[in-house]
Design a protein. Structure first.
Length: 411
């Protein structure tokens, strides 16, 4: 499946390409150069106009855009650019895969929980004490050379070793972290506090109990760093590693949830939602975290459309005191709208995140638990649209039976 331009009703790539053409020059050898740094502003805009196929997930997509522009020669049009970027993609896909090791840490006590798991093409190992010996010095060296201004990761954090095959170190990193974040999402659904209050100074700490450490490095199999540099968490805040009260039960639930997600008919939606949930509540800006969590809930309750009446109706369906929970959700919608449309922040944003997390967790577990009961996420939504009163349900059932009888062929 090739790279394509998105809807022509919304995006007009020729306008951006014309701007790029006005600041570039091409010599006799076909080499392209640009005047000033304005080209850096156009690359992400052009990237947003492109629809990439699933096979390009995890690739440095903006780098594909850059390489296609540099190969464009004297003629730069939407058609010529599209042909070039697909050529670049094809060349990238012919690159042979190799083994990489991604090293990171998380705020978790893994004792009795999980030692090793295979998930999403990754082999993930959790070590309480240290990384394998051959990786320790190369990791220390690359971090020291490109030191970031963040706190040191506590030695008590769990050491995570992820083995993965990929076409580049960048793809390896993003696929590995995607798999780890999904596991963290499941853990956080079980481990996160349901509510926390502060008296005096507002808490700025992220809500997630199980968070990433400060540094993430990618290595070759001999232990050496696979790149000049690493990834890091710019807003890293240390926390006490979380220990599950019953690690055996937690392990059982984690493995059960992973299997359910992998077998789900709407795996992509659940995965996308869980990633927004866990990455949103990693943030210490609780206003921003709230919006990401709301977006995660939207994916599961109102796929493909922003219908907040449906979101509230479906999210409250799973609770006995339905009328009360609708009011709480209406209150959260009011805050969400004020935050987005008026740019208003709130000192209570942390509390709102905890409140919204209650409904997200209920919907997320419902989707995971009932993955085989519904053909699509839309079907699941129709179930959540049913009335909650027994009398009304019985009346609908009678009507449905009459309709079936009416349209059944005569025997």
């Amino acid at each position: 499946m090739p790279i394509k331009w998105k809807s022509s009703d919304r995006f007009k790539p020729s306008h951006i390409l014309d701007r790029i053409d006005s600041v570039r020059s091409v010599n006799d050898e076909g080499q392209v150069s640009y005047s000033g740094l304005v080209i850096d502003e156009y690359i992400p805009i052009l990237h947003s106009m492109l629809q990439f196929p699933p096979i390009a997930v995890g690739m440095e997509q903006e780098m594909l855009v850059w390489k296609a522009l540099n190969l464009s020669g004297k003629e730069l049009t939407p058609d010529t650019f599209l042909n070039l970027i697909n050529q670049v993609l094809s060349e990238k896909l012919t690159t042979k895969e190799q083994n990489y090791i991604v090293l990171t840490t998380i705020s978790l006590i893994p004792d009795g929980l999980i030692n090793k798991i295979k998930f999403m093409g990754c082999e993930i190992e959790f070590q309480p004490k240290s990384f394998p010996k051959k990786f320790i010095e190369p990791r220390k060296e690359v971090i020291k050379k490109y030191k970031a201004d963040i706190p040191e990761t506590p030695s008590s954090y769990c050491h995570v070793i992820i083995k993965i095959r990929a076409k580049s170190d960048n793809i390896a990193f993003h696929k590995a972290m995607r798999a780890l974040d999904l596991i963290r999402a499941i853990m956080c659904l079980m481990a996160n506090s349901r509510m926390q209050y502060s008296f005096g100074t507002p808490l700025l700490e992220p809500i997630n109990k199980i968070r990433l450490g400060g540094y993430h490095t990618v290595h070759l199999m001999d232990g050496m760093s696979a790149r000049k540099g690493y990834w890091y968490e710019p807003n890293f805040i240390t926390t006490k590693p979380h220990a599950f009260d019953n690690p055996t039960l937690a392990r059982k639930n984690i493995l059960w949830a992973i299997k359910k997600i992998e077998n789900s008919k709407f795996e992509n939606s659940i995965t996308s939602s869980l990633l927004r949930f866990v990455r949103g509540l990693d943030q210490n800006d609780h206003n921003s975290a709230f919006l990401k969590l709301w977006s995660a809930l939207e994916i599961l309750t109102t796929p493909n459309v922003a219908d907040y009446d449906k979101l509230i109706r479906r999210s409250s369906f799973l609770f006995k005191d339905n009328a009360y929970h609708r009011q709480v959700l209406e209150h959260l919608r009011a805050y969400r709208n004020a935050n987005v449309h008026a740019g208003e922040d709130s000192e209570n944003a942390r509390i709102y995140c905890f409140q919204l997390q209650t409904y997200y967790a209920a919907i997320a577990w419902f989707c995971i638990r009932n993955e085989s009961s519904f053909k699509t996420l839309e079907d699941l939504g129709l179930f959540l649209d049913l009335p909650i009163e027994q009398r009304t349900l019985n009346a609908q059932l009678k009507s449905i039976k009459r309709a079936i009888k009416f349209f059944s062929p005569l025997k």
